[in-house]
Design a protein around this ligand. Structure first.
Ligand code: 0WK
Ligand code: BGC
Ligand code: BGC
Length: 924
């Protein structure tokens, strides 16, 4: 017993044929016919309602609203610009799903702006039905076989080929070459593909086929390919419209309106996927019983309802259902039917298009109906034409309503009252159906009167457009490879970091033994961290960081109170004469004393001097070499405490009593040690970088004594100045070093600290620009300016809360015209440079805490590290990357990082306080 469909139609190979005796035309056949045809009539009001409802659903989806779920998906496609004609090269395009039960392979040669247009060469392969509904792997293997069969005809040899995959189904794209199938449509129903990345499935199949080395660089929806394939002269087309077996459109939306993208500038191509539009309110009234029957029998009942009223795969079926309905009521063909008339897919788009074509006379319609096994009467042909016209007219009108919704969206998105726009059209319904486009145009003019729309037929079904996108993707993929190659040396492995840690340990040991080492391991004469008994008022100076500060530090039972003032050290003073520098320092102190009402008061002074000094005592420090942009003359080799005292004398500020000179790492350790006695390491990551820690005195060859501790200023900024870091140093590091005022020195510092990271990034950006990867290969004057790219930009650019758009704002403020791809790459460069810096710093800290642990022969060590410095404090990820590296390389040390709140000035005061307390004890 044959299955009877909702229309009570015989399905499949029911008993076609004629009733026993020919049925006279029922009297009410005109009503029956009108009733059928009327169902396909859509009023202007209904079309406007569909337009409005679809527009509403589009904007819902754009805003990311998920409840109620919008019925159109509005999928971003990663195509950010319409073609600018520069694309060139040979590309292979594989089209699957655009043209029903066949796939097409094309060889497209793009000539860029240079040459004339080369006709793509293509070949179509029919996909067996069982492959369209079988296991996914079978479908992709079939595609890969067709691909190699096609390429066998080309002198490819073993050159690598770049392929654009036109995959015409709703997909979530997460990149130009990454796309997950949401659901099959249009006669496809392969298992194991929905929810999968279809590019990977194709790559795997090509791999299995193994005939050619093909790189799938882009996946594109056919609507996008159609838009991108628009004839350059005619366009640019900013809307792509496909009506083939299925239907869909895409258009260029303002990126800022697409909630899922954090973009505020530029446009992005959105695949509307209007095939799934279903708003009972808007569509309900236009859905006919034939539509419901068709949907019920389809592979995906309830889905793609809008498409099933427009797509070429369904037009024939709708006509068939109407004709079968009328035939079985004797209205048509004398009540006779045929297997074709009663079988799904019996009437194809081609039949409908031809039968409706005014140029195809009644005779042709008669022949077509006969070929469908029917015996049409003269009156039947006209009626059949009417049915075809009704079905197709409705399809074109509905398509027009949808397109009008897209045009309204474009008017809103561009805040334009009127719109002039080119729409690229593609698909066999346009090619084959004589009146589809004209009905569409007329209806669009009715529904979107303020839009001046030109329809541009895409020449080769979008194949060229897919090649354009592939060319863009290939360019971006090539850029990405160049970016990865450029950044690879910054991506340090665990082994490399462990090697740095080990090298630093060796250098520490050599330095402590007084042997040649890039680590000076300078004794600081600070033998203990504060014990809380310190008391008194102290002046402190803090020189060597971003700011020069003068502080008054009051250490009392209730804690430490600080008042301070920041003074600038102009570059001409920092790089002038030593006398000028120290006179400037004393001027600031005197100014501070006056402001604090301390003039004439003699307070012990602690001097945080953040440069490498060989200390002979707490108040004696021979400057070994300037760093960090300081270069005052006649200071290196001098005792800076003497230089300060001489300046004090010159200024007759005799009440100033310099008691101690400390390095900022020591000051920071002491300052944090006052709160946490386990703080035995001081770390600075600011303009410069360095560390100190409490070493066993027995290990310090240059200082007598075997018991107790001595704080060692490692001066790790100079680590690697002996070339031991050569394997890690990149050309960019070399460029920064050569351009610095102390080339060859402070190599470790120049890979880590704030004074240099911005410059490293700038050099990397210049390199990438020279490769054409960034800024369209145009180096701007600004980018060639030293120190224009501040390290603070890294901290800003890498902050998670900053959307790409703000990254672009920072860079544009630097006069760098950039695309969003550029902004993304700049972000990655910053991340690579700062990550390396943090990891190297972490490897250094791991070396120090492991040294302390081994010094004390402990299985486990719990220790705190006092930290200061703008880079460490301001960069969003630096501190966590340092901590993670320490955990990785020194797993037996539980390390707490304490950010110093009051800077090392407080530490200098505490060192002074300890010195004063010790001095008093020796005097009693
Ligand atoms: C603040 C300390 C100072 C140190 C500075 C380093 O008080 O001694 O030199 O941090 O950070 P920078 O200011 O160089 O970022
Ligand atoms: C698919 C779209 C495609 C359209 C035209 C629809 O069934 O969902 O992705 O663009 O057909 O081929
Ligand atoms: C100096 C160190 C200082 C560090 C952090 C380096 O350039 O040589 O003495 O501790 O910067 O400020």
């Amino acid at each position: 017993m044959d299955s009877v469909g909702p229309l009570g139609l015989q399905q499949g190979d029911g008993a076609p044929g004629c009733p026993q005796e020919a049925l006279p035309c029922p009297s009410n056949s005109p009503e029956l016919v009108q009733e059928c045809l009327r169902q396909f009539k859509v009023t202007g009001a209904q079309l406007r309602q569909i337009q409005a409802s679809l527009l509403g659903s589009m904007e819902q989806a754009l805003s990311g609203q998920a409840n109620p779920a919008p019925t159109v998906r509005m999928l971003p496609t990663y195509v950010g610009s319409v073609p600018h004609g520069t694309e060139q090269g040979d590309f292979v395009v594989l089209e699957l799903g655009a043209i029903g039960a066949s796939l097409r392979v094309l060889w497209v040669t793009l000539m860029g702006t240079k040459g004339h247009r080369m006709e793509p060469q293509s070949r179509e392969f029919v996909i067996p039905q069982e492959v369209m509904v079988g296991p996914g792997q079978q479908l992709f293997d079939f595609a890969a076989r067709c691909l190699s069969e096609f390429l066998d005809a080309f002198p490819v040899g073993n050159q690598g080929l770049q392929l654009g995959f036109s995959f015409s189904f709703p997909c979530h794209q997460t990149g130009l070459d990454k796309s997950t199938l949401i659901s099959w449509t249009k006669g496809f129903r392969c298992s194991g593909v929905e929810g999968q990345d279809v590019v990977q499935l194709l790559r795997d199949a090509i791999q299995r086929q193994g005939a050619y080395s093909i790189d799938v660089v882009a996946v594109v929806n056919d609507a996008v390919g159609t838009m991108m394939g628009c004839e350059p002269g005619a366009g640019p087309c900013e809307v792509g419209l496909v009506v083939d077996t299925g239907t869909n459109a895409c258009y260029m939306e303002e990126a800022r309106h697409v909630a899922v993208l954090d973009e505020d500038r530029g446009r992005v191509c959105i695949s509307v996927e209007w095939g799934s539009f279903s708003d009972d309110g808007a569509l309900g009234p236009v859905l006919t019983t034939f539509d419901h029957a068709l949907d019920h029998e389809s592979l995906n009942p309830g889905a793609q309802r809008f498409e099933k009223m427009i797509g070429g795969l369904y037009l024939g079926e709708l006509v068939r259902l109407v004709l079968a309905h009328l035939a079985q009521r004797g209205v048509l063909f004398g009540g006779c039917t045929s297997p074709a008339l009663l079988s799904r897919g019996g009437i194809l788009l081609e039949h409908v298009a031809e039968m409706e074509d005014p140029s195809a006379g009644a005779a042709r319609v008669h022949t077509i109906l006969q070929d469908l096994g029917l015996r049409p009467r003269a009156s039947d042909t006209e009626l059949v034409r009417h049915v075809c016209a009704a079905v197709c007219t409705r399809a074109a009108q509905l398509c027009a309503a949808a397109l009008a919704a897209v045009l309204s969206r474009l008017q809103r998105s561009r805040e334009q009252e009127t719109l002039q726009i080119a729409v690229a059209t593609g698909g066999r319904v346009f090619e084959r159906h004589p009146r589809f486009l004209s009905i569409l145009q007329e209806t669009v003019m009715l529904l979107a009167p303020k839009c001046d729309v030109s329809f541009i037929p895409s020449v080769d079904g979008g194949g060229r457009g897919v090649a354009m996108v592939t060319a863009v993707a290939a360019r971006l993929a090539a850029h990405r490879r160049l970016l990865e190659e450029t950044l690879a040396p910054f991506r340090l492995t665990r082994e490399q970091l462990a090697a740095v840690q080990a090298q630093m340990r060796e250098a520490m040991a050599r330095g402590l033994r007084g042997e040649a080492s890039s680590l000076r391991m300078l004794p600081t004469y600070v033998r203990a961290t504060p014990d809380g008994s310190e008391r008194g008022d102290f002046l402190a100076l803090d020189l060597g960081g971003t700011n020069f500060r003068v502080l008054l530090v009051r250490v009392a039972t209730g804690g430490v109170q600080i008042s301070s003032q920041i003074y600038s050290i102009p570059e001409c003073v920092a790089q002038g004469s030593g006398q000028q520098l120290f006179d400037h320092i004393v001027d600031c102190i005197v100014d501070f004393q006056q402001k604090q009402g301390l003039s004439g008061q003699s307070l012990p002074l602690g001097f945080t001097f953040s440069f490498p000094c060989r200390q002979l005592g707490l108040d004696q420090g021979i400057l070994l070499t300037w760093t960090k942009g300081f270069n005052a003359s006649d200071c290196e080799g001098q005792d800076v405490v003497c230089l300060l005292r001489e300046a004090i004398r010159r200024r007759q500020a005799t009440e100033l009593n310099v008691v101690a000179i400390v390095n900022d790492t020591v000051g920071t350790m002491m300052s944090c040690g006052y709160e946490d006695p386990r703080c035995e390491v001081g770390l600075i990551v600011g303009t410069g970088t360095n560390a100190c820690y409490m070493e066993e005195l027995r290990n310090v060859a240059s200082v007598a004594g075997d018991s107790g501790h001595m704080c060692i200023n490692m001066e790790w900024g100079a680590f690697g100045d002996d070339g031991s870091l050569g394997m890690l140093s990149t050309n960019f590091d070399a460029s920064v070093d050569q351009a610095s005022i102390n080339p060859g020195k402070q190599r470790f510092e120049k890979m880590i600290s704030g004074m240099y990271l911005g410059e490293i990034v700038r050099h990397v950006l210049l390199h990438l620009t020279s490769l054409g990867v960034l800024f369209r290969g145009q180096p701007t004057q600004r980018l060639q300016t030293r120190d224009i790219f501040k390290t603070k930009f890294l901290s800003e650019i890498e902050s998670d809360s900053l959307a790409l758009r703000q990254v672009r704002a920072i860079l544009e403020a630097l006069g760098l015209p950039l695309t969003s791809d550029d902004a993304l790459m700049v972000l990655e460069v910053c991340q690579a440079v700062s990550q390396r810096a943090a990891q190297l710093c972490g490897a250094g800290v791991a070396a120090v805490v492991e040294k302390i642990r081994e010094n004390r022969g402990l299985e486990e060590l719990t220790v705190s590290v006092g930290v200061d410095g703008t880079l460490y404090k301001m960069h969003p990820h630096f501190s966590s990357l340092v901590a993670a590296t320490v955990r990785e390389l020194a797993p037996r040390c539980a390390v707490t990082f304490l950010q110093s709140e009051d800077g090392s000035g407080k530490g200098a005061a505490l060192v002074t306080a300890v010195a004063c307390r010790l001095a008093q004890m020796t005097h009693v």
